[in-house]
Design a protein around this ligand. Structure first.
Ligand SMILES: NC(=O)c1ccc[n+]([C@@H]2O[C@H](COP(=O)([O-])OP(=O)(O)OC[C@H]3O[C@@H](n4cnc5c(N)ncnc54)[C@H](OP(=O)(O)O)[C@@H]3O)[C@@H](O)[C@H]2O)c1
Length: 327
């Protein structure tokens, strides 16, 4: 497992890390035993960074991560998020009182005295016109409640605004073969400012593993069932905002590029790691076998220039017109 430096924190994190949404909720039933087994497998494979959030299963994901940390001797850096407990996203909701209460809840769930990295969880864009919100975060750092902070965002425009705040250490953004725009404008600026980038939804909610079919079904409590059209949250979070049938066509073209003994998930993750502005990809995994498959991407040789050009071509031809201007 290779490591990259996370922003200006000095932390070296695994370039394939772990996204802990699916082990919390909104992805169908996942047992605590399977979740813990997936987490342990990640650490066994060299993962040392986990992304979670207070709302993933109403604290369940954070509490599982706390159990993992308790039973392992390795240093495990945990990023969590705050803001989605609001019934409606408003700038006013990101008050000192709310932020402090959310941090206290996460500290309890994670059984720790200080959060390693707190991310604002896709706040409204107006937040970036309110420096006082970032002032509250600075105060939480000064009080020793959080070590560093960053943001999770939907649109490139939000990412560009966020990194104008000097203490924003990280930006979490959707980046994968089907969401290529961040590499154009945002990555060079983040790199110049030494801001860490967490590439989320790296497998387009499983689409880029190549296992889905037109007739794939998902349980009622899986967002791939209930958020296909953005009914519950931003539509870009489900299959990266790509129509499933269209995505499946594009996946078949990517499959044709696979080198021998490489899974599609590994290939898609290695594509992300070709961008040196990215600190890590944070694929979700519900079971140890998925985690092991994903972690092997770290040790794959670089993709060839021909493969990179082919993926760009597939994106330009099939996907770009549906996503590029939106996020
Ligand atoms: N707003 C935000 O800040 C936000 C939003 C979304 C995600 N995130 C973060 O980003 C992380 C990753 O994104 P994501 O979980 O949405 O999507 P993802 O990583 O693109 O897809 C994860 C899902 O794909 C399937 N999968 C993973 N590896 C596989 C493999 N090797 N073979 C076959 N199937 C595999 C699993 O579900 P199945 O087995 O059910 O198919 C897994 O839950 C999240 O866990 C979370 O930490 C943050």
């Amino acid at each position: 497992m290779h490591q990259r430096t996370l922003g200006r924190t000095g932390w070296k994190v695994s370039d394939i890390s772990f996204g802990a949404w699916a082990i919390g909720g909104a992805w169908g039933a996942v047992s605590d035993d399977d979740s813990l087994a997936a987490l342990h497998k990640a650490i066994d494979c060299g993962v040392n960074f986990i992304d979670t959030a207070d709302v993933y299963g109403d604290g369940r994901s954070e509490r599982l991560v706390a159990r993992l940390r308790k039973s392992r001797k390795e240093e495990i850096i945990v990023a969590t998020k705050a803001g989605r407990r609001l019934p409606r996203q408003t700038v006013e909701g990101y008050s000192r009182e709310n932020l402090t209460a959310w941090v206290e809840d996460s500290l309890r769930n994670l059984s720790t005295d200080a959060l390693d990295l707190l991310q604002l969880h896709c706040p409204p864009i107006e937040i970036y016109d309110r420096p006082e919100v970032f002032g509250v975060l600075d105060d939480l750092v000064a009080a020793g409640k959080i070590r560093y902070y960053g943001v999770s965002i939907e649109k490139v425009e939000e990412a560009l605004k966020a990194i104008e705040f000097p203490n924003v250490q990280t930006v979490q953004i959707i980046f994968n073969c089907f969401r290529q725009r961040p590499a154009e404008l945002f990555f060079p600026q983040a790199k110049q400012k030494q801001v860490g980038i967490l590439a989320r939804v790296p497998l387009a909610s499983g689409l880029l593993t190549g296992k889905l079919r037109r007739d794939s079904t998902f349980s009622a409590d899986d967002h791939r069932n209930f958020n296909r059209h953005g009914e519950a949250f931003d539509v870009g979070e489900t299959f990266s905002g790509v129509d499933l049938d269209l995505g499946l066509e594009a996946v078949e073209e990517i499959r044709a590029l696979l080198p021998p003994s490489t899974s599609l998930a590994q290939f898609a993750l290695r594509w992300i790691l070709m961008f040196d502005a990215v600190t890590c990809a944070i694929p979700g995994g519900k079971r140890p076998d998925q985690v092991a498959d994903n972690c092997r991407a770290s040790d794959l040789p670089p993709l060839t220039p021909q493969a990179m050009a082919a993926i760009k071509n597939i994106y330009d031809k099939k996907i770009r017109q549906h996503v590029h201007h939106r996020w």
